[in-house]
Design a protein around this ligand. Structure first.
Ligand code: T4K
Length: 372
């Protein structure tokens, strides 16, 4: 039997080659390939409009997190309270800045950092909180704003999964002190590699210095790095921009199609929509019991569909993060039992109605087959 062509989870939005070439030729004509070229400036201004907050472009979402943490002026070795249910970049950024991640438990419904557990994790060494809008589920922003204000903590959101989302019509970038966005190819809005820091506390002059070696007037005045975005990446970003409205419409329709096709499959729970929150644009995720989840991943792969087993729990990951402690307010943490139940389905404009029907049929078969 002929195999259907691959349907992958994170297919990037691909601009036309001629659109990219036209943009790149502007950079070539201007004679600047990086260090704040014309394309970079244009994309930066567009991004601030899209995010509804002042901000700066950087070379990746990881760099965005690091700069956002550095903007807090936190003491060396400070503790940062965060979630164990996220991608490696969240804690790698904390560690690469010389800070210490302290894990607190997540809310069992939204899968995002629980504000009460985060408060229980605060010690005299805590300087910041770093919640993650995980899989497009938006954190309890009101509770975190209140917590950060009461305890005098820097509040950075990892918004890598939340581009384009709003809470009661307010951009996610408007909450906390700063938010870090990823513009990696697997995100909706992307520049192949790239990121952005934005938010109410975005001192854009200082962010521009931090991403450029901490230089001011040619002199090193602060703890900077090289986090600049090149003109090649900015060209990609600008070429992707006009494709966003159609892609967003396609993803909204795909979410509705998945919801309808998967709604009554026993033991399979698509992540619930949040009241007042514009649904996520990067992931469509399900929860199901761990043995079935592994069988579903294998059955989908057999059918030419590459779903993702997002995301392994970060606490206790070998020598890198040996401390498996997760602070809770009562009893056992829930995060370790949630991580092995999560799966993200292909979620982009090239997924067809037939693909959804096939994915639903495979999911139903796995769900209804008795465990061996
Ligand atoms: N915070 C959070 C919560 C994050 O999830 C991330 C990144 C960050 C911070 C940091 O942002 P960045 O520093 O990365 O900007 C991907 C991405 O590299 C990473 O950006 C992302 N999160 C993470 C969740 O996933 P991989 O290693 O899982 O991607 P890969 O190569 O396995 O590709 C995924 C799927 O997409 C596959 O089915 C293949 C397909 N694909 C991928 C690429 C890159 C394509 O079809 N074409 C492509 O060009 O990391």
């Amino acid at each position: 039997m002929e195999r259907p062509s691959l349907v992958v989870a994170g297919q990037p939005l691909m601009p036309r080659a001629d659109a990219l070439t036209r943009l790149m030729s502007e950079a070539l004509d201007a004679g600047f390939l990086t260090n704040g070229g014309v394309l970079h400036q244009r994309l930066e201004s567009e991004m601030q409009g899209l995010l509804g907050a002042p901000g700066r472009l950087v070379s990746s979402g990881t760099m965005a997190l690091m700069l956002a943490l550095r903007m807090g002026g936190l003491p060396e070795g400070a503790e940062i309270v965060t979630t164990p249910l996220t991608f490696a970049a969240t804690v790698q950024a904390i560690r690469w800045c010389g800070f210490r991640p302290i894990f607190a438990d997540v809310d069992p419904v939204t899968l995002t950092l629980c504000p009460r557990a985060a408060e229980a994790a605060i010690t005299p060494r805590t300087a910041a909180i770093l919640p993650v809008h995980f899989l497009g589920h938006i954190c309890d922003v009101a509770a975190f704003d209140d917590l950060a204000r009461r305890r005098g903590l820097w509040l950075v959101y990892d918004a890598a999964h939340a581009f384009g989302q709003t809470v009661h019509d307010r951009s996610v970038a408007s909450f906390g002190d700063l938010s870090a966005f990823s513009l990696h190819a697997t995100k909706l809005m992307h520049s192949a590699e790239g990121g952005a820091v934005a938010g109410p506390a975005a001192d854009v002059e200082q962010l521009a210095r931090l991403r450029n070696f901490g230089l001011q007037g040619g002199r090193m005045t602060q703890h900077g790095t090289n986090a600049k975005m090149s003109e090649c990446n900015a060209a990609m970003g600008l070429a992707v921009l006009p494709l966003l409205p159609a892609e967003i419409a396609a993803r909204d329709a795909l979410r509705a199609a998945y919801d309808a096709a998967l709604q009554d499959i026993p033991g399979v729970t698509p992540l619930a929509a949040q009241p007042g929150v514009r649904p996520g644009l990067i992931y469509y995720s399900l929860m199901l019991p761990p043995p079935k989840r592994m069988r579903l991943l294998a059955a989908l792969a057999e059918g030419g569909i590459l779903a993702r087993d997002h995301f392994p729990l970060l606490s206790g990951q070998g020598t890198c993060l040996p401390d498996a402690r997760i602070v809770t307010v009562s009893g056992e943490p829930v995060a370790p039992s949630l991580a092995p139940r999560l799966i993200s389905l292909p979620f982009h404009g090239k997924v067809t109605g037939d693909d959804v029907a096939r994915i639903a049929a495979i999911t139903r078969k796995v769900a209804e087959t008795a465990d061996p």
